[in-house]
Design a protein around this ligand. Structure first.
Ligand code: NGO
Length: 525
């Protein structure tokens, strides 16, 4: 869960650490004092990095040691990365020396926290759970040469500088939202999006599974949602949908990486694909025409008809069964075609439906206008720059004790153009260069919304203009790691000057992983 402790260190792309200033925080980890050594730039910045002497080298004889079963997921994730680039066998064994992943406990940094020590003798990651080990493994990857991210065998050598790291997240929720409704992305493409994001300790994949242009998840009791609603996409591009088995495969893949899937069925607006699939869902009983444009705000479920709630009961019931995470997201944004009173009554009812299936409601910030209960989560998305109105929903949510996920469009939307000449993306919330996406604090953005009101952050990528994985990657990198760092690292370590050099060190890693990232002139790649 959320912890607020203070970081001491700044690191950079191969910086020299020396005698860091002691922390001034009242609560915090042991103060760090580092002797001079080269430590690569890490993203997100850990709570504390202390340089230690010596170097460890991974060789053909190295073994990954997992003394308890809890470490197995972290170990197999690490082995998968290391085996393909080093070509070493790296067996996973129960005892011995090498790269030891110990979930034996006693670290005291929470579920996701870990302690990582590198010395001449080996690497030791300790945590109180397998999840903590998995997060620690992501840090270890970044301590290795960039070529470790290559999908093919590289010459090495595979050296890690001696270091001691203590680390745990600031916020519990660090999400990536992927819109598979405007353009569809298949299971393999979603898995790659997950793989790239977990390297930055992202722990939620929010899948936007339905919108006006397409319905992307099979619902057994309403088959036309996919046979009709799944066929379309923006600009007449091919549609698609996940079968139950495919959705389960995504959930399993995410879970193996300690990522929670939050499925979103957007309602009562953004529903043309459903309204085109079933005439009976429309107030006038007439099916809507499929829609492949990019307007918003024109569709609405018929909030006064009982069948609407039977429909959502079936959808939520089926989704809840195959979704182990705590949230079902029912959207709620831009319901311009629904009267406000109807909207409030609708959200109140769908919240009950979600509760009936043992889940909590998540939705866009507008749901704060309904009688939302404190287990619900509202996602703040409106731009905050220069407007008051964009912040009222968030304040209302906080006042009702509803936690917020912060994804303000003018900082966190990965579909905004970087500059006026970015070939992809939109600019309705402004241009969002790398610095804009990094330089904000979720607990200081809105008066009345403080640290305790914030569950975490999210980087949504909407796909009106994005058709293929390379489009997603160009828009997400380098911005997604910056938002992930805001969610993970202590507020006190936030520094653009420092971050830009650390994120620059990620460039060669993305190149090794064949990610076509945006070479922002603000970052010394
Ligand atoms: C808005 C809108 C989406 C668009 C997106 C594009 C929200 C929550 N609703 O964000 O339908 O796709 O902007 O940037």
């Amino acid at each position: 869960m959320t912890r607020r402790l203070t970081a001491v260190l700044a690191s950079a792309a191969l910086i020299t650490l020396s005698c860091a200033q002691p922390s001034t925080a009242a609560e915090g980890p042991p103060q760090t004092r580092a002797s001079a050594v080269n430590v690569p730039g890490l993203v997100p910045e850990p709570v504390s990095v202390q340089a230690a002497g010596g170097t460890y080298e991974i060789t053909a004889a190295t073994r990954i040691v997992v003394p308890t079963g809890d470490g197995f997921r972290a170990a197999s994730g690490l082995a998968a990365v290391l085996r393909r680039s080093t070509g070493f066998p790296l067996p996973i064994v129960r005892s011995g020396t090498g790269i030891v992943l110990d979930a034996g406990g006693g670290v005291g940094h929470g579920d996701e926290g870990y302690r990582l020590t590198v010395s001449t003798d080996g690497v030791l990651i300790r945590a109180d759970s397998g999840e903590g080990l998995f997060r620690g493994v992501q840090t270890l990857r970044q301590l290795l040469p960039a070529a470790v991210e290559s999908r093919t065998r590289q010459p090495g050598p595979w050296k890690v500088a001696g270091v001691e790291i203590e680390d745990y997240p600031r916020f519990a929720y660090r999400g990536a939202m992927l819109d598979v409704a405007r353009h569809f992305f298949d299971v393999g493409e979603v898995k790659r999006y997950i793989d790239l994001a977990v390297a930055y300790k992202v722990n939620v994949l929010h899948l936007h599974l339905s919108d006006d242009q397409g319905w992307r998840i099979a619902i057994k009791s309403w088959p036309r949602l996919t046979t009709v609603g799944g066929r379309t996409a923006v600009d007449g591009d091919p549609g698609g949908y996940y079968t139950l088995a495919e959705y389960k495969d995504i959930v399993r893949y995410a879970r193996e990486r300690y990522v929670t899937v939050v499925p979103e069925i957007d309602t009562p607006g953004h529903t043309n694909a459903a309204l085109a699939s079933y005439a009976k869902l429309n107030c006038d009983g007439k099916a809507r025409k499929p829609y492949t444009g990019t307007d918003v705000g024109f569709s609405s479920l018929c909030t006064g008809k009982e069948i609407t709630y039977r429909f959502l009961g079936d959808v939520v019931g089926e989704l809840a069964k195959i979704t182990p995470g705590p949230y079902i997201d029912l959207g709620g944004d831009e319901a311009q075609s629904t009267q406000h009173a109807d909207y409030v009554a609708f959200v109140d009812r769908v919240q009950k439906i979600v509760h009936r299936y043992g889940k909590s409601l998540m939705g866009w910030e507008e749901i704060a206008g309904a009688h939302v209960s404190p287990d619900s989560v509202a996602e703040h998305w409106n731009p905050v720059t220069g407007t008051q109105e964009g912040t009222e929903n968030a304040r209302e949510a906080a006042a009702k004790g509803v936690k917020l996920v912060m994804a303000p469009a003018d900082h966190a939307y990965l579909d905004m153009k970087y500059t006026a000449s970015t070939p992809l993306g939109q600019d309705w919330a402004g241009l969002v260069e790398a610095r804009d996406s990094y330089d904000w604090d979720p607990a200081r953005l809105i008066t009345g919304v403080g640290e305790d009101d914030v569950l975490g952050v999210e980087a949504p990528i909407w796909t009106e203009t994005l058709r293929k994985p390379a489009d997603l990657e160009f828009m997400a990198y380098p911005r997604l790691p910056g938002i992930a760092e805001i969610g993970w690292s202590p507020a006190s370590s936030h520094s653009w000057a420092d971050y830009r050099t650390r994120v620059a060190a990620q460039g060669p890693r993305w190149t090794a992983a064949s990610v076509d990232f945006y070479r922002s002139p603000q970052i010394p790649f």
